[in-house]
Design a protein around this ligand. Sequence first.
Ligand SMILES: NC(=O)c1ccc[n+]([C@@H]2O[C@H](COP(=O)([O-])OP(=O)(O)OC[C@H]3O[C@@H](n4cnc5c(N)ncnc54)[C@H](O)[C@@H]3O)[C@@H](O)[C@H]2O)c1
Length: 260
Amino acid sequence: MSEDIICRRLTGRTAVVTGAGSGIGLASARRLASEGANVVCADVDEVRGKAAAEETGGIFVHTDVTDPEQVEALFRTAYETYGSVDVAFNNAGISPPDDDSILETGLEAWKRVQEVNLTSVYLCCKAAIPYMREQGRGSVINTASFVARMGAATSQISYTASKGGVLALSRELGVQFAREGIRVNALCPGPVNTPLLRELFAKDPERAARRLVHIPLGRFAEAEEIAAAVAFLASDDSSFVNATDFLVDGGISGAYVTPL
Ligand SMILES: NC(=O)c1ccc[n+]([C@@H]2O[C@H](COP(=O)([O-])OP(=O)(O)OC[C@H]3O[C@@H](n4cnc5c(N)ncnc54)[C@H](O)[C@@H]3O)[C@@H](O)[C@H]2O)c1
């Protein structure tokens, strides 16, 4: 973020970030903290989660987002520590290699991905919204993906279905709680330049090219570009953005023919 656009839209607000130890979650924890929020970093990875909390001046709560009691304890800790739960960025997710074509993917992999990517969002919303109702204010941001909106021949069937579930769940909650001052949006990132993605595509340039050709901007997103959208959705600047699939995909979902 360049010096002249630094803003402090979240001073005094408390933001819970799941999956804060890495990637989009980490970049978002940094950005939310830089805008003045108290950041509560949740992750199953103790080392990375603690490092995120230290760096952002927040707290770490060890949380497996598939466990109802741990999720309740996460939001309770946020409330007891800082006095409010203003932002819930329900972001933790997985895309394991055994989730593939429907022809290959077994029931165990299907269920595991549904638990971590979709049931976790249900649990986090269920735990966060009562605090927000009491305050009469809150912004919930659930991480989905552009693949919830588009079909891929390079399938990860449970991942895609889980993210479609996140879209429908977010839309419904955004409508249900709108008049109580609570906005709920799904964030749909395009592919992000992560170490995992870089490694995968370094090994297989053909696979990388097959994807890049669909992106009008001609590159993957940086995690900081997704974090900027998270900060917008968290802040009052997005006060009329609700119950939407908020796409940050470089134009992928709008493209038919891309530039050479
Ligand atoms: N990276 C992309 O290209 C991309 C694109 C679209 C959507 N997304 C979505 O964005 C979100 C974040 O992705 P990322 O690329 O930053 O991933 P990442 O792997 O870099 O980070 C995910 C974090 O979630 C944590 N986590 C995993 N399971 C957990 C659990 N059960 N409980 C608590 N924490 C858990 C991990 O420890 C990790 O720190 C995911 O929901 C992902 O599906 C990613």
